[in-house]
Write a protein that binds this ligand. Sequence first.
Ligand code: FA5
Length: 343
Amino acid sequence: MSENLQKTLAEIARIEKQCQSLLVTATNLQELEKIKSDFLGRKGAVQALFALMGRVGADEKPHLGAALNRLKETLQAEIETRMASFQRQPMAIDSFDPSLPAKLPAMGSLHPILQVMDEVKQIFTSMGFRVEEGPEIESDYYNFEALNIPAYHPSRDMQDTFYLSGQHVLRTHTSPVQIRTMETQKPPVRMIAPGRCFRKDTPDATHSPTFHQCEGLCVDRGVSFADLKGVVQAFAQKIFADKSMRVRFRPSFFPFTEPSAEYDFSCIFCKGKGCRVCKNTGWLEISGAGMVDPAVFGFVDYDPEIFSGYAFGMGLERIAILKYRVNDIRIFFENDIRFLEQF
Ligand code: FA5
């Protein structure tokens, strides 16, 4: 083999290695296009090697020609394979733009009833009330018996109850938490107990089988009905941020309060003229209330000669209806995202 042929074969091997190492490090199609033209183009490195055919004798030309053709085919195949791999990955590193804003996950928010509940808690805790909790599956004793509603008492008919097996019910109001609190705490007691309640009520614009109440209880020496009226009036003005909000008390009956009352807030929709939401009365019933009946103190060992107290149980949906000007309670429970995302 002539010295020229040896040199040219060595150059062929070097060009092949150089091209292959460039292919390995190439990161995009533009770089590959450049490698292709640098090595296989008309003025590329492989073409330049073909020009060296003249350096070798006629007997060595077929050998060199075969080596050059093999180099050309090898590089062509390797460049094409590498190009195809980039075409299969349109999201190659160079097309990833880290400066683009991220796709945000869908964010939830607090349900409007929970927002009202939080606000109610905040207002009452600022007035010195503690927040208490009780179970939604309640015993007959706490839901009725200890609230002075014995089994034979006709007032049990006032609440359409979901009875569970045994002596349990889905609590029909938050008043059982009064008993649970007084059982474990001595006066003075100032507490609220917001939570879910259940009744077999037929749904309409202001009634839902699942709804929320916030119980309130204040027991101390010398607590009077005037204290109840003052606290409720202050609450109404704070929750609606409106000093003109009116509250009215009507006589009523609850076995666990004496005297008993219901209080209403003035209807925000019709300004008292009467509409579908307030059933043409100009008022929306918000809560039952009254002075704690001495018989209830008997169940928790409080001395009614020393202590007196008031209690109330407000419907939170009724407050949300007024606050957010929603004219039907049922929409709070439909979980329509178009409604919920407005809060
Ligand atoms: C009671 O539940 C008494 N436990 C309230 C009470 C507490 C009285 C402490 C005295 C002392 P009543 O059944 O009226 O009372 O319900 C109270 C409030 O809950 C109502 O004024 C109303 O705002 C709300 N409410 C009652 N039933 C429903 C319902 N089905 N859907 C929505 N809100 C309701």
